[in-house]
Ligand binder design. Structure first.
Ligand code: NAP
Ligand code: MG
Length: 488
C-alpha cells in the first residue's frame, strides 16, 4: 500500500474472489465447444502475486485451421440471418455481460492486474455498452450511410493486446457480428481468461456454433491466424512493430485490415485552464490502467507561466494515489501486467534519467511479490529524449513546456504517432482551433480517456488505420461501397 500524507488511512476493502471459478486448464473454443489444442500449453499468472492461475492451450496452425473452417461454415447461416435475428443474440450477450459483470470484473483484475474499480466501473460497463450499441445497428445497416444493401466481409481474424482484454474483444467482436461476419479471435498470451469466459457466455446465449471462435496462444498463433488463406479480414490492436509486420504479411493477398497501434499523446494545459481539474485529467490520462493505455496522455505539455504551479499540484495529488492489491476497492494503481513489461518500463525510465531528465515518484511501499512500478513524473524533458518519443506503456509521465499555442501544436504533432490528444483551456475557440491542428484521431477537451461506443476511435500516421466504434466501426466489417473515409 502507498504510504501517503493523507490525515487518515484506508481500511482494506477487498473484493471477494469467490465469485470466479478458475479452472486448472483451458482448451480452445472452436465451433461452439471447448476442445483440446493440438499444440503445447502455457501458463497465465496473476501479475499482483505471480501465482499461476491456469494452464492455457497454445493453438497450433492445425488448430487455427479448424477454427477458421468452423467460422467459414458458420458464415453461411449467420450472414444470411435477418439482421433483427442477429441483433437478438447480441442483445442477449450484452445482458449476460451485465448479469455476470462482477465475475468478469474480478477475473479481469486477477488476470490483468488492473484495479477492480476500473474493471468494474469502466471496462465491463463499456463492454456491455458496445454489444448493446452494435446490436442496435444489426437490422439497420442499410441506413448507416454505407450504401444500399451493405454486405459482410466473411471470416475476420482478430488479434488483441493485454491492456484491456475484454474491452478490446468487445470492440472487435460486437461490430463484426452485427454486420454478419464470423470471427476467430486471439487474446494476448498474458490475459486469456476473460476471453475464455466470454466463450462460455456465447454458449449461454445459444450463439450458433462457429460464429465466435477463441484461440489462445502467443505471437506465433497470431501469425498463423493472419497467414491463414481463408481469413478475409484482419483486425489487430497492438504494437506498431507487429502492426507493420501484419501489413507486410497480408500485402497482395486481398485481405483487408484495420490496425489500432501505439500512441504518445500530448495532454496540453494552457494557462487559463481550471488547474485542479486539469491535474485530475493529467492523473487520469497517464495513471489510469497503470498507463497501459494506447491513448494515454504520456506527454504533458504545460504552458510555461503555470508550469511550476501545475507540477506542485500534480505531485501533491500523486502522493495520494494508492498503489497495491488490484482487488482492493480503494486501489488507484494496480500491478504491471508482466515481468517483461515491467522490465521495459524500468529500462526506459533509467534511460530518461541517463539522458538528463529529472525523475520523481511519491514514497510508495510496493508489495514484495508481483510486478509493480510507482507513479512517476519526469521533468526537464526535451523533445529529443527517448521518454518523450517512445511509448513507455506504464505509469510514467514526461513533462515539457511551451509558450504559445503554435509551439504547443508543433510539439504535440512532433511524433510518429497520432492516436489522441487532450486540451485544457477555458476558451472554446482555442479548443476548436487545437482540435483542427492536432494530428490525432481523438482530441479530448477538458477531459481525457473518455470512451463511448458511439464515438469512432483510431489513429493517424503510425498509430494505424481504420476506425473502431460508432457508425465508422461498421465500415470496417462491410464490403466497400465506394465511400471514402471522409464521407462518414
Ligand atoms: P503486441 O506485442 O503487438 O501484441 C498484440 C497482440 O498481437 C497479442 O495478442 C500478441 O500475442 C499478438 N502478436 C504478437 N506478435 C504477432 C505477430 N507477429 N503476428 C500476429 N500477432 C502477433 O502488443 P502488446 O505489447 O501486447 O500491446 C501493447 C501495444 O498495443 C501498445 O503499443 C499499445 O499502444 C497498443 N494498443 C493500441 C490500442 C489502440 O486501440 N490503438 C489499444 C490497446 C493497445 P502475445 O500477447 O502472445 O505476444
Ligand atoms: Mg495473466
Amino acid at each position: 500500500m502507498a504510504k501517503n500524507s493523507t490525515p487518515f488511512e484506508y481500511a482494506p476493502a477487498p473484493e471477494s474472489r469467490s465469485v470466479v471459478d478458475i479452472k486448472a486448464s483451458y482448451g480452445l473454443f472452436i465451433d461452439g465447444d471447448f476442445v483440446d489444442g493440438r499444440g503445447s500449453s502455457f501458463k497465465t499468472v496473476n501479475p499482483a502475486t505471480e501465482e499461476t492461475l491456469a494452464e492455457i492451450a497454445e493453438a497450433s496452425e492445425a488448430d487455427i485451421d479448424l477454427a477458421v473452417r468452423a467460422a467459414r461454415k458458420a458464415f453461411r447461416g449467420w450472414s444470411r440471418m435477418p439482421g433483427k435475428e442477429r441483433a437478438k443474440y447480441l442483445f442477449r450477450i450484452a445482458r449476460i455481460i451485465q448479469e455476470r459483470g462482477r465475475e468478469l470484473a474480478v477475473l479481469e483484475s486477477i488476470d490483468n492486474g488492473k484495479p477492480i474499480k476500473e474493471s468494474r466501473d469502466v471496462d465491463v460497463p463499456i463492454v456491455a455498452a458496445h454489444f448493446f450499441y452494435y446490436a442496435g445497428w444489426a437490422d439497420k445497416l442499410e441506413y448507416a450511410g454505407l450504401g444500399p444493401n451493405p454486405q459482410p466481409l466473411g471470416v475476420a481474424g482478430q488479434i488483441i493486446p493485454w491492456n484491456f482484454p475484454l474491452l478490446m474483444l468487445a470492440w472487435k467482436i460486437a461490430p463484426a457480428l452485427a454486420c454478419g461476419n464470423t470471427v476467430v479471435l486471439k487474446p494476448a498470451e498474458t490475459t486469456p481468461l476473460t476471453a475464455l469466459l466470454f466463450a462460455e457466455i456465447c454458449q449461454q446465449a445459444d450463439l450458433p456454433p462457429g460464429v465466435v471462435n477463441i484461440v489462445t496462444g502467443a505471437g506465433s498463433t497470431g501469425q498463423a491466424l493472419v497467414a491463414h488463406p481463408d481469413v478475409d479480414k484482419v483486425a489487430f490492436t497492438g504494437s506498431t512493430d507487429v502492426g507493420k509486420a501484419i501489413a507486410r504479411a497480408i500485402a497482395g493477398t486481398g485481405k483487408l485490415a484495420t490496425l489500432e497501434l501505439g500512441g504518445k499523446a500530448a495532454n496540453i494545459v494552457f494557462d487559463d485552464a481550471a488547474l485542479d481539474q486539469a491535474v485530475e485529467g493529467i492523473v487520469g490520462g497517464i495513471f489510469f490502467n497503470q498507463g497501459h493505455v494506447c491513448c494515454a496522455g504520456s506527454r504533458l505539455l504545460v504552458q510555461e507561466s503555470v508550469a511550476e504551479e501545475v507540477l506542485h499540484r500534480l505531485k501533491r495529488r500523486m502522493a495520494t494515489l494508492r498503489v497495491g492489491d488490484p482487488l482492493d476497492k480503494n486501489t488507484d494503481i494496480g500491478a504491471i501486467n508482466s515481468a517483461e513489461q515491467l522490465a521495459k518500463i524500468r529500462e526506459l525510465s533509467a534511460i530518461g534519467e541517463a539522458e538528463g531528465a529529472e525523475r520523481w515518484a511519491p514514497a510508495c511501499d510496493l508489495p514484495s511479490s508481483g510486478f509493480w512500478f510507482p507513479p512517476t513524473v519526469f521533468t526537464g524533458v526535451t523533445q529529443a529524449h527517448r521518454i518523450a518519443r517512445e511509448e513507455v506503456f506504464g505509469p510514467v509521465l514526461s513533462v515539457l513546456t511551451f509558450r504559445t499555442p503554435s509551439e504547443a501544436i508543433e510539439k504535440a504533432n512532433n511524433t510518429p504517432y497520432g492516436l489522441s490528444a487532450g486540451v485544457w483551456t477555458e476558451k472554446g475557440s482555442r479548443i476548436l482551433h487545437m482540435a483542427n491542428e492536432l494530428r490525432a484521431g481523438v482530441v479530448w477537451a477538458n477531459t481525457f480517456n473518455k470512451f463511448d461506443p458511439t464515438s469512432p476511435f483510431g489513429g493517424y500516421k503510425e498509430s494505424g488505420y481504420g476506425r473502431e466504434g460508432g457508425r465508422q466501426g461498421l465500415a470496417a466489417y462491410l464490403k466497400s461501397t465506394g465511400l471514402k473515409g471522409g464521407d462518414l
